[in-house]
Design a protein around this ligand. Structure first.
Ligand SMILES: [Zn+2]
Length: 134
């Protein structure tokens, strides 16, 4: 591990809009809660397995939305979802330069932990913590 921490910068930032309106995290959470209740009720009423499957999918989305709201960022590979203090949801892309070899950095997973890794040298790795310039 290096003492010189790499910096990640946003190279892409796009507000997520639905029907021209900025998507708010609280709205997303409420929609998922309503969807879970609706599909859950359908399952109880007509005993359909598909409603149960949808209910589970909505539950996963709800958990992801809550994580996004709490942590303000959700790493999804090439792109990330970020949530502003006001609750606005953005699609962003982060990029950084390796302080050791000037290679491009990427976010990857190692032993279930998110890390910053150099694309040129696989052993150039750092812990992923609050390294983003706001
Ligand atoms: Zn490197």
């Amino acid at each position: 591990m290096n003492t010189q921490n790499p910096k990640l910068e946003r190279i892409f930032e796009k507000p997520i809009k639905i029907f021209g309106k900025q998507l708010k995290i609280m709205r997303v959470i409420l929609i998922f809660i309503a969807s879970i209740l609706y599909t859950g009720m359908l399952y109880v009423e007509i005993n359909s397995t598909i409603s149960l499957v949808f209910s589970m999918i909505f539950t996963i989305f709800l958990i992801m939305s809550i994580i996004l709201m709490k942590k303000r960022i959700l790493y999804l590979g090439k792109y990330n979802l970020e949530c502003s203090v006001a609750g606005d949801v953005y699609l962003t892309q982060l990029q950084g330069i390796c302080p050791k070899c000037k290679g491009f950095l990427k976010i990857s997973k190692k032993d279930g932990v998110k890390i910053i890794q150099c694309q040129t040298q696989n052993d150039h790795i750092w812990n992923l913590e609050e390294k983003i310039d706001s």
